[in-house]
Ligand binder design. Sequence first.
Ligand code: SF4
Ligand code: SF4
Length: 160
Amino acid sequence: MGTEEQLAHGQGEAPARSCGGCTACCKTHEIEELSKPANRWCPHCKVGSGCAIYFERPPSCRDFGCVWLNLPDALPEDSQRPDRLGVVFSIFNQPEVTGDPEGKRLRVFVNEVMEGRLNTKAAKRALDGLRKYADERKAGPRSVARVLGSATSSGEPDPS
Ligand code: SF4
Ligand code: SF4
């Protein structure tokens, strides 16, 4: 495992955690710059290890807001790492995503690594914890979009 493989794939110069052996978002997310569809492994991904083009990875990868990686208070458990949980939570506060010009509202996206994983007790507990985390900060998430399989249903009401 090279050094770059232990670095974070996602957002931030100094994320709170390291991706370690997780490469879940390299499957779940569409990467427009690479014409990579959602739910297919990126051709540059060394599954369970890291990114073969880490230092040249496109902006979509660099800017990815993985909750587990960046907000350990929101998903505190190691078992909630996306590859272990089977669910990737990502969070945005950019006005163009949330519709809130003040940036106080959060929007959470949920991607299943494997279909059905959001229905597990562990994933539901993680989602509850994430809501609690956001509620305590009076920031939502008030709009949870479920992204299941290749079908994106962005903007659906919170399923709770
Ligand atoms: S899902 Fe999160 S922890 Fe896993 S590889 Fe992507 S950024 Fe890293
Ligand atoms: S370019 Fe790298 S970080 Fe981006 S999806 Fe592919 S393997 Fe993952």
